[in-house]
Design a protein around this ligand. Structure first.
Ligand SMILES: [Mg+2]
Length: 320
């Protein structure tokens, strides 16, 4: 891309106006960072490939859930990691590094527990096009108040991830559909006219995107928001544990590794990749959607040497 723009500049300087015009550059003043983000935005929101991957993932989770339900041998374990059992097995005493080395152990299902599928919300069920438009075109950086404003004002204009409405509609006839999201349970700065329960904005967003009606309280609660049931910061393990104590979670879907286990959060890129590779659940209970726009996949510390170790360097050094 950079090479092409240099070439075009060279032709223009030489007055060679016969060169076909390249696509007009974006009119906004992009920094390198936002240009990288823009390519992710194009892929997820604008490309047929992005759409196809989403539909493929939802078809895969439907097929998997169907097979699990039809299996005469009902699943005996959720696909939610049992962190306490792993801690005990590794004799870790709560040491996170130690836990990373323990073979994954999943949570046993309670007898006769209803099967459930757990989804993340943002960029898993909901496409936050409006927020990303503001971010790309206005260069608006992420901040908690800005995101809160988007939750308030965007609930009527969010779009569904392709394939999500159809999949949730089908799955609801077979399993309990649950959303565990790090959207806000409460506003940091209440605004006059807000609904009593800030979760109502997320409930409205899901409904307006044709993803059905969710409940944030009561016995049938199927929407769990940030910090609930003892979760800290961006963690979701406590809510997953709570859900797995009531349901047999046969599948989970998200766009970040943290949507599956908190162990992934905060790791440097090579370690995250190694840990992801040690998990046997991809496509077998854990289903991941692509998100090259934001999140740990692109924000976790990592540089060129993390991506290309010496075995990948080319051209090869000249023999001496
Ligand atoms: Mg997400």
């Amino acid at each position: 891309m950079r090479f092409r723009s240099h070439l075009r500049l060279a032709f223009l300087v030489l007055g060679m106006s016969v060169v076909p015009a390249a696509a007009a550059p974006p009119s906004w003043n992009q920094t390198d960072k936002s240009r990288e983000a823009w390519q992710g935005v194009q892929f997820v929101y604008g490309s047929g490939e992005g759409l196809a991957i989403s539909r493929q993932a939802f078809a895969a989770i439907e097929t998997f859930v169907d097979a699990e339900i039809k299996n005469k041998h009902k699943p005996l374990r959720s696909v939610v990691l049992d962190i306490s059992a792993m801690d005990k097995a590794g004799n870790c005493g709560g040491d996170g590094d130690c836990l990373l080395r323990v073979k994954p152990i999943t949570t046993p299902c309670m007898p006769n527990a209803k099967p459930a599928v757990v989804f993340d919300a943002d960029e898993t069920l909901l496409l936050n096009l409006g927020a990303e438009y503001d971010s790309v075109v206005q260069g608006h950086p992420y901040s908690a108040p800005w995101w809160e404003q988007w939750e308030r004002e965007g609930s009527g204009i969010v779009k569904a991830v392709p394939g999500a409405p159809e999949a949730l509609s089908t799955l609801r006839g077979k399993v309990k559909v649950i959303v565990i999201s790090n959207r806000d349970a409460k506003p940091t700065a209440p605004v006059a006219g807000d609904p009593v329960d800030f979760a109502d904005y997320t409930i409205a967003a899901l409904k307006n995107a044709n993803l059905g009606t969710f409940k944030h309280s009561g016995a049938d609660q199927d929407l769990f928001l940030q910090g609930e049931f003892g979760d800290k910061a961006n963690g979701k393990d406590a809510r997953r544990k709570h859900v797995a104590s009531e349901y047999c979670v046969i599948a989970m879907m998200g766009d970040q590794l943290g949507d599956f286990a908190d162990q992934f959060i905060g790791l440097k890129a090579p370690r995250r990749r190694e840990l992801a590779d040690s998990m046997p659940f991809w496509g077998r209970g854990w289903f991941l959607l692509p998100n090259p726009i934001y999140g740990s996949a692109i924000a976790s510390p990592g540089d060129v040497d993390d991506v290309f170790d010496s075995s990948a360097h080319w051209p090869l050094p000249s023999p001496k």
